[in-house]
Every structure is written in C-alpha cells, then in structure tokens.
Design a protein around this ligand. Structure first.
Ligand code: AMP
Length: 362
C-alpha cells in the first residue's frame, strides 16, 4: 500500500496496533485523544486494547491473511511488544511498513544481538557470554567468575526464562539452570552489583526530533517491575549520562517512536544498560498521570509524523503496578488524594498478572 511516509497523518486516520495488552490499550486511548482511530491485532477475544480500540482483528500474530487485513485497514502500523514472529515481520516490512522498523526489533528480540549492538556503540553492559550447550555454560561460568544470571536469548520477559547462579556453582546447580532455560540458546551475564535501577523513556521522530523524560528509579521483585519513582535519587551527571546513552541508541537505529532503556547504576554512579525495549514501557506509565504529554501520546505523535511533545512533568510521583491480588487495595486507593488509577480491563486475576497500576503524585 502506497502512503506518504513523511507528512502528518490527518485526524480520522487509522493506526494499526499489533498486540492488544495494556500497552496497546493505552496507545489506543492516546490515539483517540489526538483524533485517530485504532485497529488492534491480538489473538485473545476481549483483550485489554480491544475495549478501547475501534476495531479488533482476533487472529494469531503470524496469520498472514489477518496481517493483510490489518495493512489494508491501517494508515500506519505500530506494535506494543517486541516478540513479533519473524514471518509476520518480513511480511509487514515488505508490504506495509512498520514503526518502529524491523532493525529496532531485530536488535532487541535477541539478548545476544542486543548486547553486541550496545557493545559496538561502546555502551557498557554487564559482562556476558553466549551459551548454546551445557559445556558452554560451564565454560562461561568460569570465564565470568562472579555470581551470574543465565537468560534465554529470545522470548524472555518479566524475569521469565532466567536462572541465577552463585560463584562456583555445583554441577547440579548448573544442570538445574540449564534445564530452567529449556536448554535453549542463552547468554550468561555477570550479576551486576547495582545501587539502583533506572530507566529513560526516549522518543525520536522521523524528522530526528528527540525528546526524553527524566529517568525513573525502578524497583523489581521476582523480575517484575513493582514501582517507578520520579525523580530518581541520582546525581545530575548520572541522569545526563543515562539520557545521552538513550539518545545515542535511538540515533544509531534512526528509530521512530518511544523506546525504554533500562540501566543498572553502580554504587560509584557508573551505568550499564540492562536492556532496551522498542516500545512504550511499564516504567513510563507515570507520564500518563504526572506528565504534560504521556509516553503513549509521544509514541502516537512519532508514528503519525506529528511534532513531539513536552516531556516536563507537573508533579513528582511514584507509579506502582497492581499485580494479581493487589487489586484488592483499589477501594482504598479510590478514597486517597493525589492518586490516579488505571485498570486494564482484564477479567481474570491471576498471580503475577499485571492488572493495572496507580500513580501517586508526591
Ligand atoms: P530483565 O528481564 O533482563 O530485565 O531482568 C529483570 C530484572 O532482573 C532486572 O531489572 C534486575 O533487577 C534483575 N537482573 C537482570 N539481569 C541482571 C544482572 N546482570 N545483574 C543484576 N541483576 C539483574
């Protein structure tokens, strides 16, 4: 389908979103505020984004007929998650176009490719080694020579597909770790002793305008994000350096859209990138409540070729995820001042499932 890729998308146009989870839901809401329609592709009936989009194509992500229909009915296509199957990606890029493009996905779908890419840009990461067999794991453990984390190269999220290993692990510990990543292609990372974790939400437009929010300080439990607080308790020079690194990544990829860049901060203030996410990011949800323009609106502006917005915030804040039974505190949250709640419309509460979040203005 021929489209002018550089002029602003007129109001009333349709934005296609691959993935109908909470990120797709919030992207659809931001698109509506800018006068756009949305169509979401997701295999699940009643997925969170289907409730806030104009249309829902209920089909698998690699269903070519469904992708064709999405292409036909959309003026531009974006996505809410990076694990889009390779065949769908090729089809979309060849026939329709995708923002952010395939390069960004290729660099972030595979942890080894991602870390090699960052190393080429001279951006620090935790030391790592590729592992594709049990023997390679044993060898990598001795090379790294610190406590470590084994992570699957692909399809890991929220701490899934990971196993921690102590310094000098026993054969049994190695075997258990190798089993827990499904004996699949993995990387072994040195365990980074961090004082805190932060992230930068950065956005680049097709005309190379770049904006970034102040870094958020993130607390994870069990590999899942619990809270993001802004401002982070870091020095101005650490904040500037994190922002500089995030900008250098989107520049290197000639990226269009919002990206989340997660960092470890060492006790001396040194930074290492943990991972990059080529999409709106959980640690940027606070921008919805305390920002002038949210990360979701920035992303829609970028893919629609509009000028990017103001990253200033009107309040400091803490965003907290509502995971599983955490939703039981909603009645109490509803009575509190300075609290904004966002629920994702998920019918079933399950342990570990992100049901919503709230942001407390401080
Ligand atoms: P990930 O899925 O890679 O983002 O990891 C989830 C969380 O696990 C991170 O946010 C950290 O809290 C922790 N983690 C992951 N990798 C490392 C590492 N190399 N050193 C220390 N902690 C880590």
């Amino acid at each position: 389908m021929e489209r002018n890729q550089s002029s602003p998308l007129p109001p009333g146009s349709t934005i296609g979103i691959i993935g109908g989870g909470q990120l797709g839901r919030m992207l659809a809401m931001a698109a509506a505020r800018l006068g756009y329609k949305t169509i979401v592709l997701d295999p699940a009936k009643d997925c969170p984004a289907s409730q806030t989009s104009n249309h829902h194509i209920e089909a698998a992500y690699d269903d070519v007929e469904a992708l064709k229909m999405l292409g036909k009915r959309s003026d531009v296509i974006t996505y809410e998650f990076e694990n889009i199957p390779a065949n769908a990606l090729y089809f979309l890029e060849e026939n329709i176009g995708l923002k952010p493009d395939r390069l960004a996905l290729e660099k972030s779908q595979d942890r080894l490719v991602e870390k090699d890419f960052l190393s080429q840009l001279k951006i620090a990461t935790a030391p790592y080694h590729p592992v594709s067999s049990f023997d390679e794991l044993a060898n990598a453990v001795s090379l790294i020579d610190t406590p470590s984390i084994l992570k699957t190269r692909r399809f890991g999220y929220d701490g899934k597909g990971q196993a921690r290993l102590p310094l000098n692990p026993s054969e049994d510990e190695l075997a258990a770790a190798w089993t827990s990543v499904g004996e699949s292609e993995s990387i072994l990372e040195s365990f980074f002793i961090f004082q805190r974790e932060i992230s930068v939400i950065v956005c680049r437009s097709a005309t190379a305008q770049i904006v970034a929010y102040d870094p958020a300080e993130n607390v994870h439990r069990g590999g899942i994000l619990r809270t993001s607080e802004v401002p982070a308790a870091i020095t101005a020079s650490t904040a500037n350096e994190a922002t500089r690194i995030a900008i250098s990544i989107v520049e290197a990829l000639e990226y269009v859209g919002v990206m989340g860049v997660e960092f470890f901060v060492a006790p001396n203030g040194d930074l290492a990138v943990n991972e990059i996410a080529p999409r709106v990011h959980n640690s940027g949800h606070w921008t919805e409540a305390a920002g002038i323009v949210s990360q979701f609106e920035q992303h829609i502006r970028a893919v629609a070729n509009l000028p990017l917005g103001d990253c200033a915030r009107h309040s400091d804040c803490v965003m907290e995820n509502l995971i599983g039974d955490d939703v039981d505190i909603i009645p109490s949250l509803l009575t509190q001042k300075g609290v904004r709640i966002h629920l994702y419309g998920k019918a079933e509460t399950r342990p570990g499932r992100k049901m919503g979040h709230f942001t407390r203005l401080t």
